[in-house]
Structure formats: structure tokens, C-alpha cells
Design a protein. Sequence first.
Length: 881
Amino acid sequence: MAIPPSLGNLNNLFNLFLYENQLSGSVPEEIGYLWSLTELALSTNFLNGSIPASLGNLNNLSLLSLYENHLSGSIPPEIGDLTNAKVFYAFSNELFGPIPAEIGKMKSLQNLSLNTNNLFGLIPKTIGNLTEFKLLDLYANQLSGPIPSEWGTLKKLNDLLLSYNQLSGPIPSELGKLKKLSDLLLFYNQLSGPIPSELGKLQKHNDLGLSNNQLSGPIPSELGNLKNLNYLELDSNQLAGCILAELGYLSLHSNNLSGLISNELGNLKKLNHLGLSNNQLSGPIPSQLGILKNLNYLALSNNQLSGPIPSVLWNLKNLNHLALSNNQLCGPIPSELGNLINLNALALSNLTGPIPSSFGNLRNLQGLFLSDNNLTTEGIPLFICNLTSLVWLDLAGNNLKGEIPQCLGSISGLLVLRMSDNNLSAEIPLSICNLTSLRRLVLARNNLMGEIPQCIGNMSGRLWNLDMQHNYLSGTLPITFNNGCALQLFNLNGNELEGRIPQSLANCTDLLFLNLGDNRLKDTFPTWLGTLQSLVVLRLRLNNNLNGEIPLTVCSLENLRILDLSRNNLKGAIPQCLGNMLRLEVLDMQHNNLSGTFKSTFSIGNCYFTSFNLYGNKLEGRIPRSLANCQRLEVVDLGDNLLNDTFPMWLAPSVKFAIQQIAWTHPNFKVHQELVFQASNHRPCFQCIYGRVTCIMGDLIALRVLNLSHNELQGHIPPSLGNLPLVESLDLSSNHLEGEIPEQLTSLTFLQFLNLSHNQLHGCIPTGPQFATFENNSYIGNDGLCGFPVSEGCGRSWLPETNDPMHVLDQDSNSTFLSEFDWKAVLMGYACGLSIGFSIAYFMLSSRNPNWLSRISEELENRIIMRRRKKQRGRQRHNRR
């Protein structure tokens, strides 16, 4: 039912209360004709449309309540004409646009609440004119800019609520003048700088929430003067310093707190919540915490705390949340923890011994997190099945052996079951299918065997994550995944599964990660996979019986970032439409039987490849020139194919770009980095790569491995190689290089591996610190070389017949690197190729070990998963108010 416009005829109406009546439609303009109206309450209805500007005519109005509707549009500036209004509530609507500066004319206004709208822009400084203000609530909008320092004049302000906006800049020290301020909530903004010490003057302060900003510096000691403060939240900033001494509610998660936990915490008799996780606190857990009888929440996870768990914690009978995981605590899991019968969450790690049987008393426990301990329990203790309130059971990363208990199926409310990285064996019990509420089932990296229960497919309507990778599971995949399948991650990589990929997986339209690699599946490439539009990662590698052609439907996977079909028996042409997959970063189809030419076109600005691997196929023709538009490329591997092309000097711009990215992304990268260039070939071949190579090596100052072995290179070794000071491995063997070894190579002080064998080099082997370490096999097959280690001495009979023997080298050094190499007809091999790689690795890599190529995609997959989990955690909004 709508509000009738005829109400505007009631000229003598003083109060109009229509709240909570399920009214719909818009607010009639005619309401603005009720000149005598003092109170207008239309809240908690279904009203839509904009706020009528005519409401500005109601000069006698003291209360305007429009909250919890569907009002949209901007706040009309005419609202500023309500100079007698004391209360204006319009929260929980769909208002957008800036807050009008005219609100500063509402001299009588005491309470203003506009939270949970879509307001944006700067907060008007004119609000500082409203000296009668008691409540200012602009929570959960999109307001930006600084908090106005002019607000220091709001002497009567009690509550300032600005959380969940995009406010930036410092917290004004002028807020310390607001002597009546009791609640200051500024969390989830972009505020920076220190916490003003002036806030310590707010003696009536009860709640101070500054979490999830960019605040830095020490926590002001003045905050310890706030005797009435019972809620302090400073999580997720960059704060440091000592912990405050006198508080009722203390939450300092995710800061830079260091040192010992203050013994003075034992003086906080009213403390019921202590959250210090994700800091750098060290030393023992202070025994004084055992004095805090009212404590019901204690979170100290992710610090550097050491020593045993103090026995005084058993005194905290009201404790319902105890999190001590990811520290350096030692000793066994105390059995006395089983006496804390009010616990609903318990998190421990790095401890030893068995899981105490007393834990069977924790009947209220909802979350049991015991991952990454050194448990000596032979199997999963049966008393865990008595904890029927559990919703999260995490036993991953222990030494648990034996079977998964059948009785786990009786914990009907379980949402997450995580038992990966153990030594569990035997079959997966059928009773697991009784867990009809389960969202995540993670049994990866165990010794489980036998068939996967077919009934798990029936759980897919609720199950999000199913991860059983790296076990010994056999038989076929679950056949039935019903309509409404909720799976997002399905990982059975590294088992012994056979048969076909079930077509019912097409019902899992929310699937993001599908990894069925390294099994024994026998199937053609499933055309129906193209229906899984949400897929981000698709891995079907190492299924040696996966055959047939790659269907065009794979190109409909518009969100795909990793496509790994390597080491199968796929044949036919590579779909040209792959060039239209704008989000694809890793393409790995190495070791198949793919043939034809690669015709895909990659457009500049729309190609995000980091790894492009088609090694070991039967591809012909030329390397696609449009690869030069893929400016994030780190690996290009087209080796062991039948390509017929000149050296791809057009790759140079993208190569240089990748190197700039590496240098910029990790300016302080402390882990060993390796940049690899590889264009080697080990098989005799017909006409393949020929011509001359562009000047790209001189720019690769981070180059560590250079392998150009087994090609048809001619000419001299460029002296410019001496400009690459970080090179550790240099392999130019099995070519037709001639001339002397440049003296400039002695400047390569990091060189550990050198292979110049089987060329036509002559002259003296240079002497230098690194050259003294190389043996004869580095030079074998060069009859004209002399000097250590080939011979004891070295004459001058090797000098070329020219008036200036250095002329050739000087000439070469002025030419572009590798253009001195005359890339003639053939790079040896019946199936030859080219492999150019540029990547960062964590370990020293051999130029003969291709495993580093696959690490790029694996690390990318991990980054995608972690970003997604972080994003999901970020959506769990702070619900304090």
C-alpha cells in the first residue's frame, strides 16, 4: 500500500507516524505541505524513489525518520532548511551521491545517521558548525578524503561512527577536544599516520575501534589513562610498542607488537577479551593471565611465543575460545585443557604427544584445530566422535596413522573435515557420506587406497572443496554429480584412478579448480568441459590415455588462467581460438602429438601469458609473431617440434619488458633468483631455425644460465658475454664456434659451469679465478686450444694471419650479442626447436633440468587460491554495529 498524496491536505497535523507498515511506492511531494508537522516517521517500510525536496518546507520538524527503506537518489540540499530538526535518520537505504554541505545549516541537529548507503565524496566541513551534535553515524558508505579537523568544535559529541568507508589521511588530533566522546569507531578505512596521543584525554571513552587501517608508529601510552575504556580494537595496522595496561576489551590482532606480553595484564580484572594474534610477541605466556577469571576469549596465535602452555590457564573456567597455534610452544598437549568444558574453539600447534582423552569432555567444542603438531597418536582417537557439536575438525599435518574412523560420520553438523598430510591408510569409509552438511573435505597427501565412495558424488550439492590429491586411490571417479552441484575445487591429482571423466561434472557450474592430472584416465578430451564457465585452473596432465583432439569448446572458458594438458596423447591442431582467451596465463601442452601450425593471434594489451609451453609435439610452420604482444612472458618453449623459421628476434621487446618486471617486482628479493635463457637442441634435424639473433642478451643483467648448446652456431664467442656478471652456467657446446675464448669471460666471477666442448675454438684458454676450476671436459673437441687444463703451455702458433689479431674481436664486440652467431640452416634434430625462458626460481637450476618450467604454473595456481581465500575472508565484515 502506498502513502496517499491526500495526506498533504491535513494542514493541522503535528505528528505522522507510519513506520513498520509495509508501505511501498514513493514519498509523496505533498507531505511537504504539512506546515505544522513536528515529527515524521516513515521508517522500516518498502518505500522507494528519492527524498522529496519539499520536505525542506517543514520548518517546525524536529524528527525526520526515513531509515530502513529503499530510498535512492541523492539527499536534497533543501534538507538543510530544517533548522529546528534534532534527529535525521536515513540509514539503511540506497542513497548515493555526496552529503550536501547545506546540512551544516541544521543548527539544532543532535543525531545524524546515514549509515549503510552508497554516499560518496568528501565529508562536508560544515558539519563542524553543528555544535549540538551528539551522534554522527556515517558508517558503511563510500566516503573519501580526510576527517575534517573542524570537528574539534563538536563539544557535545558522544558517538562518532565512520567505519567501512574510504577515508584517508591522519586522525585529527582535534578529536582529543571532544571531552564527551565515548565511542570512536574508524575501522576499515585508509587512515594513516600515528594514533594521536590527544585521544588519551577522552576520559569518557568506552569504545575505540581503529582496526584495518594503515596506522603506524607506537601505541600512545596516554591511552592507558582511559579508565572507562572497555573496548580497544587496533587490528591490522602497522603499530608497534608496548601493550596498554588497563583495559576491558583488548584486540590488537595483526600489528607489529613485539617483546614480552606484559605481566600487567593480570591487573585487568574485568578483561573478557584478549586478542593478540598475528604479531611478533615472544617469550613465555605469562602466568598472570590465569588471574583473569572473566576471560572468555584468548587468542595468541601466529606469534613467537615459546615454552610450555602454563598450567594456570586451567583456572579460566569461562574460556570459550583458546587459540595458541603457530608459535614456538613446546611440550605435550596438556590433558587439563579437557577441563575447560565451556570451550567452543581450541587451536594448538607444534606440540607433541597424544591427543588427550580428556578432550572427549569438550562437548561444546565447535572448532578443533590441531594441525601441524607432532602427535604420537597411532590413529585418530575414537572419542573425537563424541564431540557432536563440531563444525570444524582440522587434524592436518601430523603423524596420524591407521584408518579414518567410521564413527566420524556421526558428527552430522561437520562443515570442514581436514586431515591432509598424515599417514592415514586403508579405504575411505562409506560413513563419510553421512556428513551431509560438509563443505570442505581435504584428505590430500596420505596413503589412502581403494575406491572413492560413489556416494561422495551425492554430497556435491553442499560440498565446496574436495581434495584427495596424492594418495593411492584406484577405481573410477564418482559417476554422479547432481544438478545444483556446489563444487568449487575438485582435486584428485596424483592417484591411480582409471576410466572416464564423468560427464555429470558439467552440473558443477561453480567449479573454479579442476585437477585430475597424474592418473590413468582413459578418455577423449571432454567437449562438455566448455560448460564450466567459472573454471580458473584446468589440469589434466600426465593422463597418458587422454586422447583425441582439443575441442573448440575449450575456448569458451573465458575465466581460465591455467590450462595444463601436458604429457597426454592429444592430437590434431591447436584451436586457433586460444588467442581469444584473454585471461590465460599458463598454457602447457608439452609432450603430446599435436600437429599442424599454430595460428592463434595474440593482441597487444590482451595477452597475459607468463608461460607458453608446446615442447615435444609435431608442430610445423613459423612461430606466431603475435607472441611479441605477450609482454609478461617468462617462458617460451617450442622445442622438439618441426618448426621452420628464423630466430624470433621480434621477441626482444617482450623479453626486455619481462626483465623490467622482474627487477621492479622484487627489488629486495632475498631468495636466490635465476634468469634462464635456453635455446639448446639435442637432436639432429632438418631445416628449422636459422638466420641471426637480435640483440637482447646485453640487457639481461640478471642472467644466470645461458644454454645455446647443440645448434649450428658459427662465428666467434662475443666478448660482450663478459658484461653479464651474474652468469653461473654457460653452455655453448656442440656448435661450430671458432676463434679464441674472449679474455672478458674471466670477469664472470660467479661462473660455476662452463662447457665450450665440440666447437672449432683455438688459442690460449684464459686464466682467471673461475677458469682454474674447470676440467678438460669443458674444452674437449677443440683441437686448437692450449693452456690449463688442456696442456701445460701455450704458444702463439694459433694466431690468425692478420696484421691486427684483435681486430676481429673488436669488430664483434661492437655488433649485437648473438648476431655474431651465424644462425644458418639447421638446428640439429629431426624435430628441432627453440626454448627461451625467463623466470625467477628458488633454487639453483641446471640448464638441463626442465622442471623449473612447471613451477611457474604451480606457483601461479597457489597465488590464485590464496588470493581467493583472502578475498573470502575479507568479505566476513565486521559486525560489531
